[in-house]
Design a protein around this ligand. Structure first.
Ligand code: GLA
Length: 360
């Protein structure tokens, strides 16, 4: 924080006027259920992005990223052709000013600092958007609620960046509380905080598979699920109960499998919520394993490396282990009883280096 204040002054020769931060998240269970009007159960990670803002007196927008050690200046909010990190900031400015017709575009300096591993399925881009919008909200005194900020952050990703994501990441990043699970009904945006029992530990392992094809595969899954909704004649798959879901409704096996994942996953999230409330984390772990099986086999969003991590994790004593986030690589999340943690970690370290482990 002290360093950031000093750096800000060195780079922009101005004092910080507003600042905000937002955390990355891990999704404990409930994958691809958000944009289909279902349920999710994420939780915040300790990693965060901080955004600092001051006035800019040179009639330009200037953004500095501590991670890239790069300053970029611009005068309009046109997206770059090559998908640059700064596009997320431009997108936030675009959406924010679009929302506030009364605010005259005031030129500002923006400083970004983050310790969130990027492109690994723990929502680094949502944290960047939420933190930027919160800092703008303070700077311009617009008093938007945290829920409103989450909705605007989703607009940035959907309408400006062009990824057909849901609302989970933005909601938990904007509203979540560290150490608690965040149960969200993605249709009504009603949420509840659930206590994670202290004798259990979630731990992430990085499969080190970088993004590349992930956005296009994500968008493809999104389309397949929207197709399934059309076939079933429902607005959202989230409204389809497991008891009425029937494979005879589908002529396309692939679309059926994608929909099956979502319908069974919603059921698992609701049961997972009950298990966490009843302090029954062994059963919660079992649901994580079933969720991974479904994500890997029906949704076909896993990779060999990821499947191996989850298998080894359970063999090493985890109650449950699954791929977390949008799919196609990234992080796995495992649930381990604290009394087993030392042994689990020792076993897993035989296969994975220390820098691959991230505790929640
Ligand atoms: C990404 C998206 C979320 C959600 C997950 C999959 O993280 O941003 O909205 O769809 O994938 O559960």
């Amino acid at each position: 924080m002290e360093n950031n204040i000093k750096n800000f002054k060195n780079i922009f020769a101005e004092d910080i006027v507003s600042q905000a931060f937002a955390h990355a998240r891990v999704n404990l269970i409930g994958e691809h259920t958000d944009y289909t009007g279902g349920y999710v159960l994420p939780s915040l990670l300790p990693y965060k992005t901080s955004v600092y803002i001051s006035k800019n007196r040179n009639a330009t927008y200037a953004v500095y990223s501590e991670f890239f050690k790069k300053k970029i200046e611009f005068n309009d909010f046109m997206k770059s052709k090559t998908n640059e990190w700064v596009d997320y900031v431009k997108g936030c400015l675009f959406v924010f000013f679009d929302e506030n017709v009364k605010i005259k575009n005031a030129y500002i300096n923006i400083y970004l600092e983050s310790d969130i591993p990027m492109g690994r399925g723990i929502a680094s881009s949502s944290a960047l958007c939420v933190a930027t919008l919160k800092a703008l909200n303070k700077f311009f005194g617009t008093s938007f609620s945290d829920k409103h900020i989450a909705v605007l952050a989703q607009k940035v990703e959907r309408n400006y960046i062009g990824v057909s994501g849901g609302i989970m990441d933005q909601m938990v990043s904007s509203i979540g509380i560290h150490g608690k699970a965040f149960f969200l009904d993605c249709l009504s945006l009603k949420y509840e905080f659930l206590e994670i029992p202290l004798n259990w530990q979630f731990c992430l392992i990085d499969s080190a598979v970088q993004r590349n094809l992930r956005d296009s595969s994500y968008n493809e899954r999104h389309e397949q699920l929207k197709n399934a909704e059309k076939i079933l004649g429902v607005e959202y798959l989230g409204s389809v109960k497991l008891s009425t879901f029937n494979n005879n409704d589908f002529s396309d096996e692939v679309i059926y499998k994608r929909a099956k994942h979502v319908v069974t996953e919603n059921d698992r999230v609701l049961n997972a919520k009950k298990y966490i409330q009843n302090n029954n984390l062994s059963q919660f772990g079992e649901l994580m394993n079933l969720s991974h099986y479904s994500y890997s086999n029906d949704f076909e969003a896993s990779t060999e490396d990821v499947d191996l991590i989850t298998k080894r994790s359970v063999e090493s004593g985890a109650a449950g282990s699954r791929l977390t986030g949008g799919g196609f690589g990234g992080f796995t999340v495992s649930l381990i009883e604290k009394t087993n943690y030392g042994l689990w970690y020792k076993n897993m370290r035989k296969h994975y280096s220390e820098d691959k482990f991230f505790t929640v």
